[in-house]
Design a protein around this ligand. Structure first.
Ligand code: NVA
Length: 188
């Protein structure tokens, strides 16, 4: 705190950011942890405002894939924005954290947002304004899980068929780097 004006940290354990935040007298900003990626969500919602303006009524914003740090940030940010946000993920190990979903729903109750979690990718994509996805293997994910993860996440890939279920003016978004042929098809 005596050396810097602010600290921006990208790490794995959320506790590291939380502890730095608790002890620092300067701002501590989470630039990605295993649990959260709030700066990504802020940037994404700037893009959404640029593309669709500030009136989000009747629009649906859909995340498909691994229920990870980006999903968590999207659910919380969507709840704050008063938007209709759907996360389509598998059940179980790669579903978003239940406490984050509960927190997003609590915020939504005040903001007027609608927060949904489903495992039906096609129904989620129907009429969406944004289809968003993230890599299947995040930084730090164990290589040993790759094959199982690829199999379980395959139905959540953003393909042309999924894209054509979305609204006519829908855009595709990704926090990058994208792996074409995995979470998003080459054509999309
Ligand atoms: N879920 C990804 C996001 C990368 C921007 C990761 O944590 O690696």
């Amino acid at each position: 705190s005596q050396f810097c004006s602010a600290l921006i940290i990208r790490t794995f354990a959320q506790a590291e950011v939380d502890q730095l935040g608790a002890h620092a007298t300067i701002p501590v900003i989470n630039a990605l942890t295993d649990d959260d990626h709030p700066t990504q969500a802020l940037a994404d919602w700037l893009t959404i405002r640029e593309k669709f303006g500030s009136d989000l009524s009747g629009r649906k914003f859909v995340y498909l894939g691994d229920g990870n740090n980006v999903t968590h940030a999207w659910l919380i940010m969507g709840a704050i924005m008063g938007a209709h946000v759907v996360a389509a993920t598998p059940d179980g190990k790669w579903a978003p954290d239940a406490t984050v979903v509960a927190k997003a729903k609590e915020i939504a109750a005040k903001s007027g947002a609608t927060i949904e979690v489903t495992n039906d990718a096609e129904a989620a994509a129907k009429g969406a304004s944004v289809l968003y996805t993230d890599v299947w293997m995040s930084m730090g994910d164990p290589e040993a899980e790759r094959r199982e993860k690829e199999k379980v996440l395959a139905p959540f890939a953003v393909t042309e068929a999924i894209m054509s279920a979305a609204s006519k003016d829908a855009i595709f978004m990704h926090c990058l780097p994208a792996h074409r042929g995995e979470e998003v098809s080459e054509e999309v």
